[in-house]
Design a protein around this ligand. Structure first.
Ligand code: GLA
Length: 668
């Protein structure tokens, strides 16, 4: 993981995806000059170069890549050399049409874009390891290569294939999971329902389109298998490059809060956790999502991580692609650093003039250097140089939010009590008030070591295994504060309902039990006795040791507890049996974290994000003004603002839309 001596690049790495093969070589010299001007010291190369590197099977042309790596090295720019296996060449598909993926409806896709492959295809495995081996051998001792970038965004576009080869691989995975015991699988999948009992492993198929709804336990194992199948591709390529260059760190780029893969299983396999993050044009407050996904990456990495891609401006894959607002490029990049990134990179260096992403922004825009984006890119390079000493410092959270891909997948399977529930929306609604208040947050697996935290929040954890549930109860018993959201703990690791009353796994610690769910229709709300309204959910809850903090004030369940609280061991456990409106949720969460003794990073005016990174000798306070109003914030007497290099004794002034990074020495 990232505790690895990461990169040979000093300070905070800065750069982007570099695709010089799209340009005549005259442009390359200009690229080098501009990269030096901007302070770029790190680029990813060769991500989609397979067709150029291997013009026909087993025949290689490394001449272009040789020249690119030489040029980068001469200019002091480190290369993150990619294995190009996300975009197999046309010749490969013509020879192996069976390596094209089949979708749920049974249609085989065509080549002509990228990331269109059957993860279980033996032909693809062989070809991917062949080009990986050839690259590893060729560039093992190349001084430009500072990191290996395996593939690109595993699981992007397609994360599973439903063909017969994949079906056979799925069965192998299931045989391993259930120790070759078909009756164990039948039990785990509840196949007595709708007569789905299997008598032979060969009867088992991927969850292909069928006449009626799928079996959730089957779907869940399929999602687990699909994530593991891509992970085994990653591992195979990683092992090839590691063998040739054991000292060079290896990464692959994650896709932020995607549901494609279970990154808790992936992260330990990477030397450096790297993330790609894009803000959504329709999100009025993208800065909250940046913070959330960065906190998730820091948590996956267990420390600093690397922002492998984000955008300087507009994307091309939203309906309407908005550019960044004035100063937003800088605020976004430095927010990633604030939340733990030790490298900042973009997709891509130079905006393409042709191809599927010709309207995607880049560091060098179509307009060239006489552009706002270029001026911002150069300024950011100087900022990152000024922040060199921040590298390696970590977060300081006392609050954790559980994050679990199994729970997320299962919550969003069809045929739920309320199919409007979205895991990320639930998590974000709880994260939101903490972000606004400047409370630092980590994300944790339910079975993680929770001893560093005072408060653990559990929104939308529909599925939890016994170990995770016991761990959360144990944390509470030992004095922690636990807050559980509705429909959490409802099913076990096989997606079987936990019987005896909801919320199954957490009934005892919460001291409540309900016999029936009353989910709310879209737009429907229920009044709450202490003020505000709830949406999405209500349930007929009975107290079994807890006290009611708030009751439903109207509707069918008027007078029934909606929010409860119970002393459990040395700690306290809360249950939220509805989705309170933002103001009500904010006031509840504020009460909870205040009572739990959680401190905010720094008192700052509304709209000013305050984040802290900590090293053994200093705290680094990042202040980011999203309000557009500027602010004055109290800091230590011996503080220095790093972006300007000026001493800021006692307080720092933040101009509208600007960022300050204040070093506060740690004494004693
Ligand atoms: C992903 C890919 C890049 C590019 C960007 C565009 O992150 O990895 O190759 O397509 O999206 O936003």
């Amino acid at each position: 993981m990232t505790t690895h001596p990461v990169l040979s690049v000093p300070g905070i790495a800065y750069g982007g995806d570099y695709n010089p093969e799209q340009w005549p070589e005259e442009v390359w010299a200009q690229d080098m000059r501009l990269m030096r001007d901007a302070g770029v010291n790190f680029v990813s190369v060769g991500i989609f170069s397979w067709a150029l590197l291997e013009p026909s099977e087993g025949v290689y042309d490394f001449s272009r890549m040789d020249r690119i790596l030489d040029l980068l090295h001469e200019n002091g720019i480190a290369a993150d050399l990619a294995t190009p296996t996300a975009a197999p060449p046309a010749w490969f598909y013509r020879a192996h049409p069976e390596a094209l993926p089949v979708d749920k409806e049974g249609r085989r896709l065509s080549y002509g874009s990228r990331q269109t492959l059957c993860p279980s295809s033996p032909a693809y495995h062989e070809a991917a390891l062949r080009i990986t081996g050839a690259l590893a051998e060729r560039y093992a001792d190349n001084p430009a290569v500072a990191m290996w970038h395996i593939h690109n965004e595993y699981g992007c576009h397609n994360n599973s294939c439903y063909c017969d080869t994949s079906a056979a691989a799925f069965r192998d995975w299931l045989r391993a999971r259930y120790a070759d015991d078909l009756s164990a699988l039948n039990d785990a999948w509840g196949t007595t329902f709708w007569g789905q009992w299997y008598y032979d492993w060969d009867e088992i198929l991927p969850p292909r389109a069928s006449g009626a709804g799928p079996n959730p336990s089957h779907l869940l194992d399929w999602r687990r298998f699909s994530s593991d199948e891509l992970l085994s591709l990653y591992r195979a390529e990683r092992d090839v490059v590691r063998k040739a260059t054991p000292a060079t760190p290896v990464t692959t780029n994650f896709m932020a809060i995607t549901d494609a893969l279970d990154y808790w299983r992936w992260a330990p396999e990477l030397d450096v956790v790297a993330n790609d993050h894009y803000t959504m044009s329709t999100d009025p407050e993208p800065e909250i999502e940046i913070a959330l996904s960065s906190d998730l990456m820091r948590s996956l990495a267990g420390g600093p991580w690397f922002l492998m891609e984000h955008s300087t401006g507009a994307l091309n894959w939203h309906t309407v692609n908005r550019p960044k607002r004035p100063g937003e490029l800088r605020r976004n990049a430095l927010a990633h650093v604030a939340h733990g990134a030790d490298g900042i990179a973009y997709f891509q260096w130079r905006a393409s003039k042709a191809g599927a992403e010709q309207w995607h922004s880049a560091m060098v825009p179509h307009a060239g250097t006489d552009s706002q984006i270029w001026r911002d890119v150069v300024r950011l390079g100087a900022d990152l140089r000024a922040l060199a000493e921040v590298r390696g410092s970590t977060g300081t959270a006392e609050v954790a939010i559980t994050w679990d891909w199994n729970a997320r997948w299962a919550l969003e399977f069809p045929a739920q009590p309320n199919s409007e529930l979205r895991y990320v929306d639930l998590v974000r609604s709880w994260y939101d008030p903490l972000w606004r208040a400047g409370v630092a947050v980590d994300f944790v697996r339910p079975d993680a070591d929770l001893s560093p935290y005072r408060l653990v929040l559990v929104p939308g954890l529909y599925l939890v295994d016994d170990e995770g549930a016991a761990n959360l109860a144990g944390f509470t018993e030992r004095g922690g504060t636990l807050v559980v959201g509705f429909h959490s703990g409802a099913v076990d690791q096989n997606c079987h309902v936990r019987l005896g009353g909801y919320p199954g796994a957490f009934r005892e610690v919460l001291g409540v039990s309900s016999d029936e769910y009353f989910p709310l229709q879209p737009g429907e709300t229920v009044g709450l006795s202490e003020g505000g309204r709830g949406s999405l959910w209500s349930e007929r809850l009975r107290l079994a040791g807890a006290e009611a903090v708030t009751e439903y004030a109207d509707g069918l369940l008027a007078g029934i507890p909606a929010v409860t609280r119970k002393a459990y061991g040395e700690g306290t456990a809360w249950y939220l049996a509805t989705h309170p409106d933002p103001a009500t949720l904010t006031s509840l969460i504020t009460t909870v974290y205040t009572e739990a003794g959680v401190e905010t990073v720094r008192m700052a005016p509304e709209g000013v994000e305050a984040v802290r990174r900590r090293s053994p000798s200093a705290d680094y306070l990042f202040l980011i003004d999203h309000s557009g109003l500027g602010a004055e914030v109290t800091v230590a007497e011996d503080a220095v603002e790093l972006l300007t290099g000026k001493a800021t004794p006692g307080s720092v002034t933040l101009a509208p839309g600007e960022v300050a990074v204040v070093r506060e020495p740690r004494h004693g």
